[in-house]
Ligand binder design. Sequence first.
Ligand code: PLP
Length: 389
Amino acid sequence: MVVARQLLLRRFSYYTRPTMGYLKEKIIYDMTSDTATKPTDQMFEIMKQATRGDDVYHEDESVKALERYVSDLTGHEDALFCASGTMTNQLCLRAHLLQPPHSVLLDARSHVFIHECGGLAYHSQANVTPVHAQNGIYMTAAEVAINIAGEDVHQSPTRVVSIENTLNGLIMPRDEIEKISVLARSRGIKMHVDGARLWNASEESGVSLREYGKLFDSMSLCLSKGIGAPIGSILVGSKPFVAKCRHLRKLMGGGWRQAGSLAAVAHWCIENIMPTMKHTHQQAKRLAMSLEALGCVLVYPCMTNQVWLNTAPTGVTTGQLAEELAKYGIKIPGGNGVTCRMVLHHQISDEAIDQFITVAQNLFEQYKGSKPLAITGPASILAYPTTVQ
Ligand SMILES: Cc1ncc(COP(=O)(O)O)c(C=O)c1O
């Protein structure tokens, strides 16, 4: 009870803190992404206590402590703290991919494929085999099996299977990953996971990071998303693999000097914010269920911290909803379409969820009896309309 109250107070402490000595920040519950969390005063205190060595020479103790901690959590030999999830994904894939022709097999909705600026082509000269998951949730081992490219002279052989978990907030079953892992490894193919939100998958499914770790040769774990750190992502793998990634990081201009403060705060966030994720998932599920009860459709089932919304049946656009919510300090993606993704995190209060539901209820009431709208929205959502009605 006391812990829960402290967490709640912590949630609110940021919103009332003075900025630049005299300004007060406006209360904003930003649900556009879990990258939208703001570092708290407490986090700045942690940063002050960090060591100040040079990480390019791997001489910073706070960075080394974070890397040891995450390698241990995931059961891998070594880790490398980097600036972003895009960097840790691309470094891992580049380190696995030695010599074209080669390709990466992945879910067609994967971040590494559609949201990393074509990095696979740029950094690794790699082809991609995108798999359209027929069940709408995750690609299966059977789908992987039929899509593996072999050594035929016309093909670019599959060298890596890249899994994303969670993907759009959806948890991939551990047993399915294991089947894929066994299959891939039996063919000499490396297994990578874009685990930007593997923390969420682990907290929700009860599968430990170490259990997940056994199924992959490399893992990329974002720290600036649900974990709530201001900056960073960390990759793990074997010692020689991480050494290769460290070298490639320097090549990409990603060697950073006094990174200790960022590592220290990320370390603190893993220990303190990860345990709050289950509560965040409950909030997301409550919001999703309430919006469904008010006539909306969910593009995907809500399994963790993401609510993928389709407001078409209510006659209201997400832009209209966003405009109403903004009056109460709640921010969601707007636009003129009827679909959007909302992502919850540790700085969203229960009261904000209540407020959201009330606002939506009042707004939908005004449009009661109006014609359902045509389905429009961001291409990233509409391109995969598995469950969009
Ligand atoms: C699933 C996934 N992987 C990787 C990334 C990349 O992270 P970053 O923005 O730190 O480059 C993101 C960012 O949103 C993501 O959602």
